[in-house]
Ligand binder design. Sequence first.
Ligand SMILES: Cc1cc2nc3c(=O)[nH]c(=O)nc-3n(C[C@H](O)[C@H](O)[C@H](O)COP(=O)(O)O)c2cc1C
Length: 735
Amino acid sequence: MTISIWRYSHLALAVSSFLLLALASITGIILAVEPVLQKTQPYRAEGFTDVTLAQTLPVLKKKYSELTELSVDHNGFVRVQGSDADGENVDAYVDPRTGNVLGAFTKKSEFFDWVEALHRSLFLHEAGRFFIGLTAFLLLLITVSGTALIIQRQRGIKRFFTRIVRDNFAQYWHVTLGRLSLIPILIIALSGTYLSLDRFELLGKEEKISPKIDLDAIKDSPKRTIAEIPVFQQTRLADVQSIEFPFADDPEEFYVIKLRDRELTINQVTGEVLNETPYPTTVLLANLSLNLHTGRASAVWALILAIASGNILFFIWSGFAITLKRRANRIKNKYTASESRFVILVGSENGSTFRFARSVQEQLLAQGETVHMAELNGYMTYPKAEHLIVLTATYGLGDAPTNAARFAALLEKHPQRQPVRYSVVGFGSRAYPDFCQFAFAVNTMLSHQSWAQPLVDIHTVDDKSPAEFSLWAEAWSQQADRPMLLADELRHIPTELDTLTVTANTRTAQPDGTFLVRLRPPRRQRVRSGDLLAIYPANDYRERLYSIGVVANSGSDDVQLSVRLHPAGLGSTFLHELTPGQNIRARIVDNAHFHFPRKAPGVLMIANGTGIAPFLGMISQNKTNVPTHLYCGFRHSASFEIYREMLETDRVANKLTSLHVAYSREGDKQYVSDLLTRDADRIASLLQTNGVVMICGSLAMQKDVLTLLETICQTKLNQPLSHYQSHGQVLTDCY
Ligand SMILES: Cc1cc2nc3c(=O)[nH]c(=O)nc-3n(C[C@H](O)[C@H](O)[C@H](O)COP(=O)(O)O)c2cc1C
């Protein structure tokens, strides 16, 4: 609940300010260049910070016949206005120790003036200043709500800087850069807001400093030279903003010295301090805000401000990208859970089951019914529900998809108070031994609830088959006595596919029929080893997923699949027939949980058969030589031949630290788990030192390996395996 309040505030604030924020950021970046350019000018004299007024003023007085004003800017450039020994007007930067001119005073360039006016007021005077001030304040609120979101996401302030789980590019960098630029952006927003409040005098009216001096009490003795005046001896030029010189030698004409924190009036004859007025806090804060907001006092800070402003532009883009992605995947409901007669619950890992659920929802809505759709993990009490329709996939070894894992517990916790008729449709694949097992489990659980009455028997859908789904639709429609047709879109392949070009296909007749296919994705497509390639071999609804290894090929990154040819296999026969130059339409599925870890002291990869595919890519891209060990199992040594050369090259290049291969039908007849048992100590010490274990291959192998890892963790590390799984140290992608 709270997360959505922060998220909505963050989004609402961003939406309401993004145009002005983008404009302020772009102009801010340009303006940050100015102080950096200024600092490169040769007008700052050496040893400037050590010079006192008692040292510099006599020199300047001697060099110039008349001095009206001296000022020191934020770059430490000393500017003198007056006339020289020949009576010529002078307005120049000088060396305070010698009085020599270092260069003529130059005004700020017209371009920067123009950008500054746009940045401050949009050329709209007071109205523009108000909007810019408001934008700074909104940026402050965006920063606060963003910080709250990061704290919630990381589960606590203490974990603020811990590793970020990577979902996708926009989300990952939004949070990572958000954390890094938090302080500079907070300072930009705070100082900008302060300057606006000050400008509109909302913090109190600024009193003009007018020193009160008793002219009758002014003394003309004892006479002191400038060098003898104590206040001049104690004041460093670096602390001065400006000095107004007396017009004449009369003791009633004074020096007016503006320091960084106060103003002094000084008797020019005696050196007595006639008045000292500290600036009000508002003026000091306004000055500090200006320094912080513009970076005028430090080139390094100006550069940080420019980078932070660039980050704001990135946040605008990535924030919208995240929102659009979230909305695309979002379940859209017209009716709430508590007011709906029909409730549809979905269990899905890769999203295809949602397409079926949406078509059911749309038809019921079109019939004027109140319908609510949710994930199985969102199960609760539905006070008005009469029908419950569950559509769920099965994963792992007959397990629940991630968004359904908590359903069993929730079902016990929230019994319905009125009778509800239910129907379960299982989505699965007959290629797995536990076909639709989770759907059967859900059906059994429901049958044990006193309030639940079956409407139609459980139906299963193999491989997203529209024909099998329509069998359920017909049965349900008869029992519920209302129409339920199969939506047309379920018969076709998804839109938005990419075109990939085949660059190589080994098609070698290995004894086990394994071959390697390489495809070149479009340039703009971001793909990483461990992602999945979804192909549609029969140009219909049937989808086949393959693990991707990304390998370099003549300057480009190719997608490499390792495939085993099944004589009647839809996907493998299709891929086997591909020839270089041919194009195919496919979808790259971001499989973020199975990417090579960003920061790990070591990685241990475990594969059998074609499960080696993503690891081939990860190893070949291990440019920083993270210690990486590969354990893989095959039936025959011949099956390993197509990978041998690639892995040997990687080993020589130090991308692969060690290679261990087991053959189950030859020699010692070993399985990969035998090699792991032998190297149990290495696995234990890897896990103990935050290393990562990655497993890819058959589910049967995964089951064996996880059992073995559980024993290693319990006996050698005194921790359950789940401890390392929950810390992202054991990653699996098996099929
Ligand atoms: C890694 C993996 C494991 C799977 N395990 C099973 C399984 O044990 N039993 C089954 O019937 N289907 C299994 N399937 C097939 C999916 O349940 C099926 O493709 C489903 O339509 C996917 O739906 P979704 O896209 O909504 O997640 C598995 C699929 C994958 C990729």
